[in-house]
Write a protein that binds this ligand. Structure first.
Ligand code: SF4
Length: 108
């Protein structure tokens, strides 16, 4: 998580996750899709218990960050027109293309 000058961060349910080697809030290099889904579910489950969810949502509505924030991954924030980090754009578009191809294949 980036440096944030906000006291609400001290109460965040995810604060300990950032001290662990396997942090579900951030992708590892060359993450597989199946691993990504499991990681996102774990992070979003933590968000669901977070006492500062609304403060986090307000923050991420105006800031470009990577990873899961306020129960949303990068793709979901992008779809909602929220800011996303420039480093994530290529991966977001690649996943959207892959998803579209899978949907077309399933229809055919
Ligand atoms: S809502 Fe999720 S990402 Fe935001 S502070 Fe809480 S646990 Fe962390």
């Amino acid at each position: 998580m980036s440096e944030i000058e906000a006291s609400w961060r001290d109460e965040a349910a995810c604060i300990d996750a950032y001290k662990r080697p396997k942090n579900p809030f951030q992708a590892s290099f060359s993450e597989r899709l199946s691993s990504r889904e499991k990681r996102l579910a774990a992070a979003k489950a933590i968000c669901a218990t977070c006492p500062v969810f609304n403060e986090c949502l307000n923050y991420i509505s105006e800031h470009e960050e990577v990873g899961v924030w306020a129960g949303m991954d990068e793709d979901e924030r992008y779809e909602l027109g929220m800011p996303v980090h420039a480093d994530d754009l290529t991966a977001i578009k690649r996943r959207a293309d892959a998803k579209q191809k899978l949907e077309k294949r399933d229809v055919a």
